[in-house]
Design a protein around this ligand. Structure first.
Ligand code: ADP
Ligand code: MG
Length: 641
């Protein structure tokens, strides 16, 4: 067999391991969840491969797609074994020595910023969490296309890989042995492991077995020799003339005796239910949250979810989640993003990155989709072309937007309720009745709901704006999800929808006024605002570079033009005859001045006109209605977006 080779970890990985070993002390137990999750991924892969090539699965034990966890108290080790796809020698070198994504750097930043080991899975470096509890790790793996290999590292910047001298002992799959650090010896324990597995593996769809050792008192027959020996002893004693008188009454010699024996068995710890197949009514919030964590690599609760069954042209079940916090790389490589929904066909995972299921701007959504109507026995590529996926995609978008709309609606309703409560309290005066615990809890929930959409918006607002730009067919639904700071906002959380704006419009007001600027300060200081303020007209601030792009794609809302107050054609609707006459008069009188300025500025401007749009400032620069605003030109120059 080939020689043992030593490799150096990619420098990034080395630094990562150093941090994991030396500075992360909390949540050490997540290593188990990461390893189970990797084992489950590997099982998903072989199950998928076997759809088109049943030979891949093998037979006998190899076809048993399960995970097994065992431990050895004396040796201080924990071993996780899966019958997944396994790794070839090259896979081990690539996957357990380098990181594919740029996750490490971001993970380390997150740790520096106070994050803990909880974050590790999200950054695609979950395997290295083994070094939270172990200082030596051995991975034995057998892939269908290679001989069995052993990867080993003591976390000293190098790892070794060698062909396994024992030959093929696994059949297929991976066995990871952790040599626990002294301060992690608690993990080589059945109760500890069972508790962790119950917590972390509830929604793993493959059976997970834990090795259980029992000591039993068992009755074993006393062997012939022993009986004879005893008899001899007695004879000797008899010859020496001792205890002779008892001989006749002696108890009959026992034919059996008791022995302590250790028995070993595999105990199933999870029930592998597919939660999305169950009816909504019988699933608790905690189950949804647990399931979300199992599929998302996130350790925090989701913000919200929707569980539904689609019927009609194609039937499928789905659960969609909005993560509590946006993934750290949500807008990196935006145009190369695929959706992260897990697509199952009859409970078999086909893929977790299908472009067709959700458009890019919804790539933050997590969840599962399972259909019986898709062909199982096809490649991902063929499925990608399948028109059924497009139909599913449409429904998934609709449901996603429904979920977001509900977040927004509930928030508004909760705010109203809180206001009413506050008003009632004020009316009743100080002596209002004491709140009991239940009421207090209800109020706390109400308060949370009253902030949920703002929380969503702050993290995912840009996605909604991208949606307005990219998804023409859902544009009006998306427009309702937009939120902006306006001249009526009191602080940075006081954001309004276009619907709220329209509801507050003056009876004679026709347009929705917006001002785009580099910053809030710049917008607030703009001379363009003067007249509108004087007329008590609300103006929407657009200070995000993407805002103006979004608005260009949204010429109107609810029948009202979105009008930039820095562009020409600004109409107020309350202009009166007197104003008009005065304006005409000014136009006449100022003709010489206009001529002079026009000459002075030459082709730097398109035209110079007399206008009623400013109150204090003597003049403003306006862009033409169909041209770019000054702000947009600034953005385009800097390529900020
Ligand atoms: P991620 O799971 O996010 O890809 P990990 O650090 O957890 O990141 O794992 C790195 C890679 O190592 C996996 O993508 C996979 O290719 C490989 N791997 C890890 N564990 C196993 C396993 N039990 N069986 C097969 N491949 C594995
Ligand atoms: Mg992983």
């Amino acid at each position: 067999s080939e020689k043992r080779e030593t490799f150096e970890f990619q420098a990034e990985v080395s630094r990562l391991m150093d941090i994991i070993i030396n500075s992360l002390y909390q949540n050490k137990d997540i290593f188990l969840r990461e390893l189970i999750s990797n084992g489950s991924d590997a099982l998903d892969k072989i199950r998928f491969l076997s759809l088109s090539d049943p030979e891949q699965l093998g037979e006998g034990d190899n076809a048993e797609l399960d995970l097994r966890v065992s431990f050895d108290k004396d040796a201080n080790t924990v071993t996780i074994r899966d019958r997944g796809v396994g790794m070839t020698k090259q896979d081990m070198i690539n996957n357990l020595g380098t990181v594919a994504k740029s996750g490490t750097a971001q993970f380390m930043e997150a740790v520096a910023a106070g994050g803990d080991s909880n974050l590790i899975g999200q950054f695609g470096v979950g395997f290295y969490s083994v070094y939270l509890v172990a200082d030596r790790v051995r991975v034995v793996s057998k892939h269908n296309e290679d001989s069995q290999h052993i990867w080993e590292s003591t976390a000293d910047a190098t790892f070794s890989v060698a062909e396994d001298p024992r030959g093929d002992t696994l059949g297929r799959g991976t066995e990871i042995t952790l040599y626990l650090k002294e301060d992690a010896a608690e993990f080589a324990d059945e109760t500890k492991l069972r508790d962790l597995l119950k917590r972390y593996s509830e929604f793993i769809t493959f059976p997970i077995y834990l090795e259980s050792t029992k000591t039993e008192e068992i009755e074993v027959p006393v062997e012939e020799e022993e009986v004879e020996e005893e008899a001899e002893d007695l004879n000797e004693a008899a010859e020496e003339g001792e205890e002779k008188e008892d001989e006749e009454d002696a108890e009959p010699k026992p034919k059996t005796r008791f022995e302590t024996k250790r028995t070993q068995e595999w105990v199933l710890v999870n029930d592998q239910k597919a939660i999305w197949q169950r009816s909504k009514e019988e699933i608790t919030d905690n189950e949804y949250k647990g399931f979300y964590k199992a599929i998302s690599k996130d350790y925090d609760d989701p913000m919200s979810w929707i569980h539904f069954t689609a019927e009609g042209e194609i039937e499928f079940r789905a659960i969609l989640f909005v993560p509590g916090t946006a993934p750290y790389d949500l807008y990196d490589n935006y145009y190369g993003k695929a959706s992260s929904l897990r697509l199952y066909v009859r409970r078999v995972l086909i893929s977790d990155e299908f472009d067709e299921l959700l458009p890019r701007y919804l790539s933050f959504m997590r969840g599962v989709v399972d259909s019986d109507d898709l062909p199982l026995n096809v490649s991902r590529e063929t499925l990608q072309q399948h028109k059924v996926l497009k139909i599913m995609g449409k429904k998934l978008v609709r449901k996603s937007l429904e979920l977001l709309r509900k977040l927004a609606r509930d928030e508004i309703a909760a705010r109203k309720q809180l206001e009413e409560k506050a008003a009632k309290k004020a009316e009743e005066g100080e002596e209002g009745e004491e709140q009991d615990d239940a009421e207090e809890e209800a109020e706390a929930r109400l308060k949370e709901t009253s902030r949920q959409y703002i929380k969503f918006w702050k993290q995912y607002g840009k996605s909604i704006k991208l949606g307005v730009i990219e998804d023409t067919s859902n544009r009006s639904k998306l427009a309702k999800l937009l939120r902006f700071r306006t001249t009526k906002s009191t602080d940075s959380d006081d954001l309004f929808s276009l619907e709220e704006y329209v509801a507050r419009m003056k009876p004679w007001q026709k347009q929705i006024y917006i001002i785009a600027a580099e910053s809030l300060e710049a917008a607030e200081a703009s001379p363009f605002l003067e007249t509108l303020k004087a007329k008590d007209l609300e103006v929407i601030y657009m200070t995000d570079p993407i805002d103006e792009y979004a608005v260009q794609n949204l010429p109107e809302f609810d029948g009202h033009r979105l009008q930039s107050i820095t562009k020409e054609n600004l109409k107020f609707g309350d202009e009166e005859d007197v104003d008009k006459k005065r304006a005409d008069l000014y136009k006449d009188q100022m003709q010489p001045l206009v001529k002079m300025i026009t000459k002075l500025l030459g082709d730097k401007v398109e035209k110079v006109v007399i206008s009623s749009r400013v109150a204090q400032a003597p003049a403003v620069m306006v862009t033409s209605q169909y041209g770019y605003s000054a702000n947009m030109e600034r953005i385009m120059r800097s390529q900020a977006f």
